[in-house]
Ligand binder design. Structure first.
Ligand code: PAF
Length: 295
């Protein structure tokens, strides 16, 4: 087993240049293998690895990109503070079964400048929730994922449900691009007490990280009480649960899971999701939960 693993470890390919990546993927493309793609900004955790494992189980080759995309940060301090842990990430990717890692520089992704790469628009999908609090964020996400899809040309794209609005944006992006890529949405991976895995969690001190369980507890409480209270009361209950310092709820919205439009009543849509953003001191965390889904 050790020898097999050793061979495997040595086999993960790494590329920084677009042309080299495309050359590296050629043997798989010629074999018409399914190409699974997991775009990331690094600082990997179990949530990312679950996407890698899902891709490795379904596809002939799994490609992971590590690229901290400047165009999706509305705040330059947030971009500067974003954790960069390449060596650690590469080791994790090897152990999870990634075959190819693409970790380009800004000039590889945007060779003619950031303005030269198309920006997609997503209408209401990019105006609500995260879009309202982080103006321009989804334009940047759509721009970089569009560019990465053009580069990798994956048959399958794996994304985590924790970023619920991002998933809706990417589904719309694939539709606008006419990409022949299946979007595979994987469940949120949580820490033992319920906090959704996120690269930002590493910025929380131990005690705040433990207490951040209040976010998932608040969402779970909403599910448990959805038939007893109005949506306004459910939202107020969530805010109360996430208002113990250093926590402050930025928003809690109950939306139609397809259109992301806010709802007044649970019965107004067949797929209803509660989405929240909560500040834990200076760290902004998001999470969501399905309140109801009628097949
Ligand atoms: O979710 C993320 O990490 C990023 O938004 C993504 C999809 C990798 C685009 O930069």
């Amino acid at each position: 087993v050790f020898f097999h693993e050793k061979q495997y470890l040595e086999r993960m390919l790494q590329f920084q240049r677009v042309a080299h990546l495309q050359q590296g993927l050629k043997p798989w493309r010629e074999k018409e293998a399914d190409i699974g793609f997991v775009p990331t900004m690094g600082a990997l955790h179990e949530g990312h690895l679950s996407l890698i494992r899902e891709s490795a189980a379904r596809c002939g080759v799994t490609v992971c990109s590590i690229f901290v995309n400047p165009t999706q940060f509305d705040n330059t301090a947030d971009l500067a503070k974003y954790p960069r842990t390449l060596e650690h990430d590469l080791n994790m990717l090897r152990s999870a079964g990634a075959d190819v890692v693409f970790h380009p520089e800004v000039a590889d992704v945007y060779p003619d400048g950031m303005d030269a790469v198309p920006v997609y628009r997503f209408g209401r999908l990019e105006e609500v929730m995260e879009g309202a609090y982080r103006p321009g964020h989804f334009a940047g996400v759509g721009q970089v994922v569009g560019r990465l899809i053009d580069i990798v040309r994956p048959s399958h794209l794996f994304m985590g449900r924790k970023d619920f609005q991002q998933v809706a944006i990417i589904a719309d992006l694939l539709r606008q691009m006419g990409a022949d890529t299946e979007l595979v949405v994987c469940d949120t991976v949580r820490e033992p007490h319920g906090l959704a895995m996120s690269s930002r969690n590493r910025r929380l001190d131990h005690s705040t990280r433990e207490k951040a369980a209040c976010i998932f507890e608040g969402l779970t409480w909403m599910v448990q009480n959805k038939d007893a209270f109005t949506l306004e009361e459910l939202k107020a209950g969530f805010i109360e649960r996430c208002s113990i310092p250093p926590f402050r709820a930025e928003y809690i919205e109950v939306v139609d899971g397809h259109t992301l439009e806010p709802l007044a009543n649970l019965s107004d849509a067949s797929y209803v999701v509660a989405c929240a953003a909560v500040w834990a001191g200076e760290v902004r965390l998001i999470d969501n939960i399905v309140l109801s889904e009628v097949a």
